[in-house]
Design a protein around this ligand. Structure first.
Ligand code: ADP
Length: 395
């Protein structure tokens, strides 16, 4: 099987894309990776080859001359010029929410689109953008097979106690339950464990996906059994600008006493909280690590403290712990965060190898450590491409 697979990961202000060359029945090679950022404000486009060489770059001075449809058209035109004689045989999309219906990636057809449209109220800030890019790609090439890869799918099959809130049953039936997110990243890591660390791949592993969005997942025998994110991608760990776990009485109080409405709460919990809210300095770990401001130190302390609380909780959910895996921007590139988390996890029998940690792993625990620690880079786009390739083979 040959040809190209295009992967699209469309958010509210960015569109990440990758183009993979199929090199066999199950093998893929990255050809081009890039993104549009600042959509809606000051759009910027950059694309690189697999070695990081810049292939294309462009900026637009203002948003009015470059809306989402225009930018998608620009990207498609640019990519068509790059790939020359090769044929695009399929497209894979990251779709943030698959509700209870989708426990695996699926070929996109009208029925799937209607089912996903119904899920928009569960992820109103993200799903409409995912759907818009699917429709844009469909209108550009109606015959192209397209695949939806759901960020919740890997978590379907959690035990009921992990999926429930202690709310009346009719709300559970109405979809008020803990879904879990970052599933494509965790699925990729679970797959990579078979290759990088087969000795723990079937064991009890906590994966910490620490990026601008952050969550942790308990993976037992290669399957997700619980996650720190729940009904939405707000729950669990504090993130760049998202608050993480919060007592539900807080929004009640803000509504009753402080005049907050839904848009104001949304702004507070998604954009003004987390590391930015705590520090008042930045949402970016690099700025916080470099800052002398005591509030930046508090934000870092809080981040590590909450990671360790969740680590203990997820280890308890699995009845023990064999390994911890760090991944995503902070997990892969902040030895300081990893060292602090591992130091606090000494009680679990985790002992850091400082030199290996500074070198970036993959194994960063000592040989004697009862619980091993690892750094494994995630690749959600590759996971999407692999799923797309698999579904194309079945056509
Ligand atoms: P996204 O969730 O947007 O895909 P990433 O996984 O790329 O995010 O993670 C982005 C975050 O990673 C940044 O906000 C920054 O805090 C952090 N980061 C990136 N590089 C470093 C670094 N060298 N040291 C510490 N933190 C880093």
């Amino acid at each position: 099987m040959t040809g190209l697979i295009v992967v699209l990961n469309g958010g509210s202000s960015s569109l990440k894309f990758s183009i993979y060359q199929m090199t066999g029945e199950t093998d893929l090679e990255l050809s081009i990776k890039g993104q549009m950022e600042g959509i809606g404000t000051a759009p910027r486009f950059i694309a690189k080859d697999r070695d990081g060489k810049v292939l294309g770059e462009r900026q637009w001075a203002d948003a009015s001359s470059a809306d989402r449809v225009f930018l998608f058209g620009y990207l498609a035109g640019w990519a068509t010029g790059q790939i020359k004689d090769s044929e695009v045989v399929g497209a894979g999309h990251r779709v943030v929410h698959g509700g209870t219906d989708f426990s695996a990636p699926a070929l996109i057809d009208n029925a799937l689109m209607s089912a996903v449209e119904k899920l928009v109220p569960l992820a109103p800030l993200h799903l409409p953008h995912n759907l818009a890019y699917i429709k844009a790609a469909q209108s550009m090439n109606p015959e192209l097979p397209q695949v939806a890869c759901f960020d919740t799918a890997f978590h379907r099959g959690h035990p009921e106690v992990a999926e429930r809130f202690a709310l009346p049953e009719e709300l559970y039936g109405a979809g008020v339950r803990r879904y879990g997110f970052h599933g494509l990243s965790y699925e990729y890591i679970a797959q990579e464990l078979q290759r990088v660390a087969p000795e723990i791949a079937e064991g009890r592993v906590v994966v910490a996906h620490l990026g601008s969005g952050a969550s942790m997942c308990a993976i037992k025998g290669g399957r997700s059994i619980d996650s720190t994110m729940g009904f939405s991608a707000l729950d669990g760990l504090p993130m760049g600008t998202r608050c993480g776990a919060l007592d539900p009485a807080v929004p009640l109080y803000l509504i009753a006493e402080k005049g907050y409405d839904v848009p104001a709460l949304e702004r507070l919990f998604y954009h003004d909280s987390g590391m930015l809210g705590l520090s008042g300095v930045s949402n970016d770990m690099r700025d916080l690590e470099a800052s002398e401001d005591p509030r930046a130190k508090l934000a870092l302390d809080y981040f590590v403290y909450r990671i360790n609380r969740e680590l203990g909780a997820l280890a308890a959910a699995m009845g023990g712990l064999d390994a911890v895996v760090f991944t995503a921007g902070i997990g892969e590139r902040s030895p300081e965060t990893r060292a602090r988390v591992c130091a606090d996890a000494g009680w679990l029998g985790l002992h850091l190898d400082e030199a290996a940690n500074q070198a970036g792993g993959p194994r960063i625990s000592t040989a004697e450590s009862a619980v091993s620690a690892w750094v494994i880079p995630t690749d959600e786009e590759k996971m999407i491409a692999l799923h797309t390739q698999r579904l194309l083979r079945g056509l």
